[in-house]
Every structure is written in structure tokens, then in C-alpha cells.
Ligand binder design. Structure first.
Ligand code: NAD
Length: 356
């Protein structure tokens, strides 16, 4: 297959980690007989420096005309004084909106080799943590009307949370289709005992479930879900939830798996084109020192293969190569443990390529 991938290297450690993810994609292309071509799309602080805006029109068009988009990270102290509308992160919000990315998929998986990094009790970690959070990304209270006014002499703030059936339906489909590629179990999380949006959420998700008889569905209240995630995360396969609950629960899920440098994320809209990135930021404190862990970005590239290009065997090969490198004791600084071998960003990338 031939695929064109837009590449946003971004700022800080972005260029270093993206370089290694591209090396891994090239190793996959060689082994499986594909051809990947890369189109540069400057975004973030480097785009402000070069073009005056965080997302130049040409970069946006490059992303919209590619089969998928790979992103490192954007931002850094150099651009902190920019006005809110021209900050590096603004480019990311503009890109998500222009690409119509309504679902965010974030896996929470603990490699057995890193189970010591899990902050949960060892017996809980050893039961295995391997689930994904599918979060609705462009609806709910973050996108409702916000206002602050003075009422009877005191300040009053209001944020409106609303969902339409179609907004819920489309993200529910993403969750069920994700479960079909995994262990066929969806947990839908809401607050249907209190919120009307949650009661609608529950009804629509249940209707969509009827189209996926091979997937089981259960509903869970968000307060219970927050507890269950730390009590026994092994019970989850695919979690689907609305924007605000998903924002909070996906961070909780990331934390229980250990290092921030290990976790990828994908955002999808209609069709197969997605945006794939690690969950961390541009880590200015270690930029340019060959210290960054490239695994989150490499696993994001594996998600691109799986979800945008339907290349499951290729994605498996990348994940197995990462696992093998860890098994052989190779560690970047953020996941270093006694008895292991410390490697830099470049060497970790090369070692993973060798194992593809
Ligand atoms: P951060 O995620 O960049 O860094 C937090 C800590 O984790 C730092 O100590 C860093 O060294 C470490 N870290 C992060 N990624 C790592 C990796 N791959 N390997 C090893 N260590 C790693 O968060 P921050 O410091 O709050 O933010 C820095 C900049 O990144 C800010 O400008 C912020 O706005 C931006 N940011 C961008 C994105 C994005 O592009 N999607 C996301 C979050 C933050």
C-alpha cells in the first residue's frame, strides 16, 4: 500500500521523537512491502516563528490532503507570552476542529516489564491493565455556552452541557468498532441518575449496541468508574464516555500505567484519517538532549497503522518490537529501573527498528 502521512514535528522534544517514529514506520514499510511518504506540516511555536501563526494554511491543507497525521508535541516557554488566540496549542485545537475529530482514543496498557512503575498495588498491576478510553471530543460542556454575570450583587458563572443524539451515536459507533478489534466489551460511563445529557447518552448507546451483537455493553456511573479504575482496572476493555468525564478518567487511566512517555493517543472523525500523537507535551526541560522517550510516539504510529490503515499485523509488529526492547532491559531515563540499560531517544528508536 502507498500512504501519505502529514508530519507535524512541533517544538521541544517533538522533532526528536517524531524522527524515531518515522524510522519505525520505514522499518515496517520495508518488512511488509508498503510505501509511506511524508509531508512536512509546521505547526506550533516553530510555525509562529516562521509564519506568524500556529497553524499556517499550507500546513492545514497538507493535513487535510494526507491519509493521516503524525504529531510530536507543540508549545514551550518561548511562546508563553503570545496572546491566547496565537498560542502554539491553539494550532492543535484549530487542526482538531478542521479535521472534524470527534473521538479521542487513548489506550491504557501496562507492559508487564514495567509493572513496577504502576502506582497501584502489585497484585492489582499483575492482573493486567489493557483497556482503551474512547472520549467524545468536540461536544458537551467544553463546547456549550459559557457566561459570567452579576446577579443580585454577586458573580454567577454558567456552563451549558448539551449533547445531540447524533453526537452520541457517532462516538458510540467508534467505541463498538474499537471493541470488535479487541475483547468485545464496552463500558459506557455516565451520570444518568442525575443528568439529562447522561440519560440521553445511555439510551443512544444502548440503541447503537443492538447493531453490534458480538459486543457486550454495560453502563456505569462516573463516580463508580473513578473507583473501579484503581480498584480493578483489569475489568475494562473499551470505555466510552462524554468529553468532561473522558478528560478526567483518561488522565486517571494514564497515571495508573506508569510513565507519561509511553502513552499514545489517536483522534478520529468520519472516515479513516486521524491525528496520532503521544499524550505528553514538548518537555522543554529535556529538549535537544537525546533524553526523551520516543515510545509514546512510536505506539501512536502503531495506532495509525491499526486504525487509519487497517494494518493490524504491522501494528502488532511495532507493539511486539517495543515489548521486546523493554524485555531486553532497554530503558529511557523516565522508565529507568535498577539492572536495566539506559539508552537515549535515538538508540531506543534504533533498537525498536531492529526488532521489527
Ligand atoms: P510535558 O508533558 O511536556 O512534561 C512533563 C514532564 O514529563 C517533564 O518533566 C518532561 O521532561 C517529562 N516528559 C514528557 N514527555 C516525556 C518523554 N517522552 N520522555 C521523557 N520524559 C518526558 O508537560 P509540560 O511541561 O506541562 O508542558 C510543556 C509544554 O508542552 C507546554 O508548552 C505545554 O503547553 C505543551 N503541551 C503540549 C501538548 C501537545 O502538544 N499535545 C500536550 C501537553 C502539553
Amino acid at each position: 500500500m502507498n500512504k501519505r502521512i502529514a508530519v507535524i514535528r512541533g517544538d521541544g522534544i517533538g522533532p526528536e521523537i517524531v524522527e524515531q517514529a518515522i524510522a519505525v514506520l520505514d522499518a515496517v514499510a520495508r518488512r511488509f512491502g508498503h510505501q509511506f511518504t511524508y509531508a512536512e506540516a509546521p505547526m506550533g511555536g516553530c510555525a509562529i516563528d516562521g509564519w506568524g501563526v500556529p497553524l499556517p494554511e499550507e500546513s492545514l491543507q497538507t493535513c487535510l490532503s494526507s491519509d493521516s497525521v503524525l504529531l510530536g508535541a507543540v508549545g514551550g516557554p518561548k511562546w508563553d507570552a503570545q496572546p491566547p488566540h496565537n498560542r502554539p496549542e491553539r494550532g492543535l485545537l484549530q487542526l482538531r476542529s478542521a479535521m472534524g475529530l470527534f473521538s479521542n482514543i487513548r489506550p491504557a496498557r501496562i507492559f508487564p516489564q514495567l509493572s513496577a512503575a504502576c502506582p497501584l498495588r502489585q497484585d492489582i498491576a499483575e492482573r493486567g491493565i489493557d483497556f482503551v478510553v474512547v472520549r467524545e471530543l468536540i461536544g458537551g460542556v467544553y463546547f456549550g455556552r459559557h457566561s459570567t454575570e452579576t446577579v443580585e450583587g454577586e458573580a454567577k458563572a454558567t456552563d451549558i452541557m448539551s449533547y445531540t443524539e447524533s453526537e452520541i451515536r457517532r462516538v458510540a459507533h467508534v467505541a463498538f468498532q474499537t471493541a470488535q478489534k479487541r475483547r468485545h466489551h464496552v463500558t459506557s460511563i455516565d451520570k444518568a441518575n442525575v443528568l439529562d445529557t447522561s440519560r440521553l447518552w445511555r439510551r443512544v448507546v444502548s440503541e447503537v449496541a443492538e447493531e453490534y451483537p458480538d459486543v457486550t455493553l454495560r453502563h456505569m456511573y462516573v463516580d463508580n468508574a473513578a473507583m473501579q479504575l484503581v480498584r480493578d482496572p483489569s475489568q475494562f476493555d473499551v470505555i466510552v464516555t462524554e468529553n468532561l468525564f473522558g478528560d478526567i478518567l483518561s488522565d486517571e487511566a494514564s497515571q495508573i500505567t506508569g510513565s507519561i512517555g509511553m502513552i499514545p493517543s489517536s483522534s478520529l472523525g468520519e472516515g479513516t484519517r486521524g491525528l496520532y500523537e503521544p499524550i505528553h507535551g514538548s518537555a522543554p526541560d529535556i529538549a535537544g538532549q537525546d533524553k526523551a522517550n520516543p515510545i509514546g510516539t512510536i505506539l501512536a504510529a502503531a495506532m495509525m497503522l491499526r486504525y487509519s490503515f487497517s494494518m493490524s499485523a504491522e501494528a502488532d509488529a511495532v507493539e511486539q518490537a517495543v515489548s521486546a526492547a523493554l524485555k531486553d532491559g532497554l530503558r529511557c531515563g523516565d522508565i529507568m529501573a535498577p539492572g536495566c540499560t539506559l539508552v537515549g531517544c535515538r538508540e531506543m528508536g534504533q533498537e525498536i527498528c531492529r526488532r521489527i
